[in-house]
Design a protein around this ligand. Structure first.
Ligand SMILES: CC(C)(COP(=O)(O)OP(=O)(O)OC[C@H]1O[C@@H](n2cnc3c(N)ncnc32)[C@H](O)[C@@H]1O)[C@@H](O)C(=O)NCCC(=O)NCCS
Ligand SMILES: Nc1ncnc2c1ncn2[C@@H]1O[C@H](COP(=O)(O)OP(=O)(O)OP(=O)(O)O)[C@@H](O)[C@H]1O
Length: 200
């Protein structure tokens, strides 16, 4: 097991996946909580059956997979539904993360998660890297990527920690308001510092 676990967090569309891809190029093992969240609701998983029972058959696609756009719409417009879904999925996601980190052998391992600061996932990490962008850029990049309405993206942002809350928890902050080359330079620099911390 990697003895040193680094959390990589940031709000929706801040650039966590883009930053994580660069850490991975340095040979760092990384698990993405959003990917784990998808695995626990694959067809045949008990959590998917529980979701279909609560929200009705409309929440499934014709092929039996979860209709993610539909569930996104449901939970970010209703706090009670969101709390219910989180209490179903978060323990399952946490177990997947723990299993992955247990098996990782790189000098340090990365937990990429949008809800690191908000959830008890912060207890799983030794160090926190935050990807930070102004809210206007977050909104613009997320809308361009997902094709969601501004209102829906704003609802998701409102359900997450503020920039200030995240930065207060950070050991390192990446400014991702410029281009990808700038993001990669910052990741490379932080990677070198994390290697030293992991060795110490
Ligand atoms: C609602 C779902 C089906 C929408 O799926 P979709 O493919 O459209 O989005 P994806 O899973 O890739 O998430 C995209 C982004 O939405 C934001 N987000 C997702 N879930 C949450 C949440 N519970 N609270 C706040 N923000 C969230 C994050 O920034 C995340 O990176 C999905 O997000 C989900 O199952 N969420 C509940 C589980 C969860 O909390 N996941 C977050 C990681 S622990
Ligand atoms: N520096 C950048 N310049 C231009 N586009 C960028 C930059 N960084 C990321 N992007 C783009 O912005 C979008 C959001 O980035 P990314 O998917 O990495 O964010 P994320 O934090 O992982 O999002 P989520 O929380 O939704 O999983 C993507 O389409 C990505 O290609």
């Amino acid at each position: 097991m990697s003895d040193f676990i680094v959390g990589l967090t940031g709000g929706i569309g801040s650039g966590k996946s883009a930053a994580a891809a660069r850490f991975t190029e340095h040979g760092i093992a990384a698990i993405d909580a959003d990917v784990a969240a998808r695995e626990v609701v694959e067809p045949g998983q008990p959590a998917l059956a529980a979701i279909a029972e609560r929200f009705g058959p409309d929440v499934l696609l014709a092929n039996g997979e979860l209709n993610r756009a539909k569930l996104r719409e449901i939970i970010f417009n209703n706090a009670e539904h969101k709390t219910w879904l989180e209490s179903l999925l978060h323990p399952l996601i946490r177990q997947r993360i723990a299993d992955f980190l247990q098996a990782a052998t790189s000098p340090y391992a990365l937990l990429v998660s949008p809800l690191l600061v908000e959830s008890n996932q912060k207890e799983m990490v030794d160090n926190v890297v935050v990807v930070d962008v102004p809210e206007a850029i977050q909104l613009e990049r997320t809308m361009a990527r997902d094709g969601n309405t501004e209102q829906l993206v704003r609802n998701i942002m409102a359900a997450q920690a503020t920039r200030e809350q995240r930065s207060a928890a950070a050991n390192f902050v990446i400014d991702n308001s410029a281009d990808l080359a700038s993001l990669y330079l910052q990741v490379d620099d932080i990677h070198r510092q994390l290697l030293l911390l992991a060795e110490a």
